[in-house]
Ligand binder design. Structure first.
Ligand code: PEP
Ligand code: MN
Length: 351
């Protein structure tokens, strides 16, 4: 258990919490960080009452978990958290969260066309990067704000939740204005200031696994977000780097049931980056649902070969619709369900 003090708390207010713990016979350890102070409660007896701490001045929160993952850990009676995916869907409950769309936002018409198609096929979220993390600084870096505006327009027409990446602390406010879920990409899973910044705003966060991170590092990254007061973290397995070359990344599916074992956070799978091969996306999507994933993140493009980014791994609109109908019986078998097909935009007016 930890007691998180408000960032403005004084030394006297921290000492007061320590006195309360001493009075209840609880052992403790003060973590005196530069931005915030945390009192870790190490051992308690029958006199201990968490409410006493919760009522103390400048106590922001008492996080009651045990073990290394204080916020994300799972106790024996805990259920997976159900996290909002926009206004109409969730991730972590019975319904699978299927988030589909292009690697990057290329144009308004493209987003409206893809949004209508994936919504009709049963997706509940629309993905697409307006800020793109590119290996080469000379490659297309994303349309930035106009891209966010096109995503928001696609949401207005279809009801799909918008999931899009934020790469810099100073863009968190801007991206949160347009997105329903803020994506932290694989490259930024270890970017602790960015994790803290998305933890300080209220939109849910999709946290992608760093491609060389362990499961513990992945969950600790989620703890950084949750410690700031944002409990809505959706984990995403997107493959790790191994010696293999027949795939872009090695999709580590065992992480799905393991996360269910150790954490209450929902986990979805990205078989597009996880394999880098369109013909592997469908079988790995089915395997993901079968092993308990709470949803999927799938790259879908109206003309994959001409995609501006990740042209070799995206499904076309027809392939995505077929995948969704093939997933349906597997979802039912696992006592899950796909989303209800949404509103279809019949025509795309000019801007
Ligand atoms: C993405 O989903 O757009 C992306 C860049 O993936 P990752 O961060 O997993 O590489
Ligand atoms: Mn991509």
């Amino acid at each position: 258990m930890i007691v998180v003090m408000n960032g403005q708390s004084t030394r006297e207010q921290v000492d007061h919490v320590v006195d309360l713990l001493d009075g209840m016979g609880a052992s403790h350890y003060l973590i005196d960080g530069p931005d915030r102070k945390i009192v870790e409660v190490l051992g308690v007896n029958g006199c201990f009452k968490a409410e006493v701490l919760e009522g103390a001045p400048m106590v922001e929160r008492v996080v009651k978990g045990s073990g290394p993952f204080l916020a994300a850990g799972r106790g024996p009676d805990d259920q997976t958290a159900e996290i909002p995916l926009g206004a109409r869907a969730t991730v972590g409950g019975r319904e699978l969260g299927v988030i589909a769309g292009p690697c990057c936002v290329e144009s308004r018409d493209q987003m409206l066309e893809i949004a209508a198609a994936v919504s009709a096929a049963g997706a509940t979220g629309l993905r697409g990067g307006a800020f793109k993390p590119r290996t080469s600084p000379y490659s297309f870096q994303g349309h930035a704000q106009p891209g966010l505006e096109w995503l928001a327009e696609a949401r207005d027409r279809t009801g799909l939740a918008i999931v899009t990446e934020v790469m810099r602390c100073e863009h968190v406010g801007l991206v949160a204005e347009y997105a329903d879920v803020l994506q932290i990409g694989s490259r930024n899973m270890h970017n602790y200031p960015l994790l803290t910044a998305v933890g300080q705003q209220s939109k849910p966060v999709l946290l992608k696994r760093g491609w060389s991170s362990t499961l513990d590092e992945f969950l600790m990254a989620a703890e950084y977000i949750m410690l700031e007061g944002n409990p809505n973290v959706i984990l995403c397995e997107r493959g790790i780097r191994t010696h293999e070359t027949y795939v872009r990344n090695t999709l580590a599916l065992a992480v799905v049931p393991e996360i269910k074992h150790v954490s209450t956070l929902p986990i979805i799978v990205d078989p597009s980056h996880g394999t880098g091969r369109p013909h592997l996306v469908s079988p790995m999507s089915k395997a993901s649902v079968a092993c308990g994933a709470d949803g999927l993140l799938i790259e879908v493009h109206q003309d994959p070969k001409r995609a501006w980014t990740d042209s070799s791994q995206q499904l076309d609109l027809k392939q995505f619709a077929s995948l969704m109908s093939e997933l349906d019986p597997i979802a039912r078998c696992c006592e899950r369900a796909l989303g209800t097909p949404g509103v279809i935009a019949t025509s795309i007016p000019n801007s």
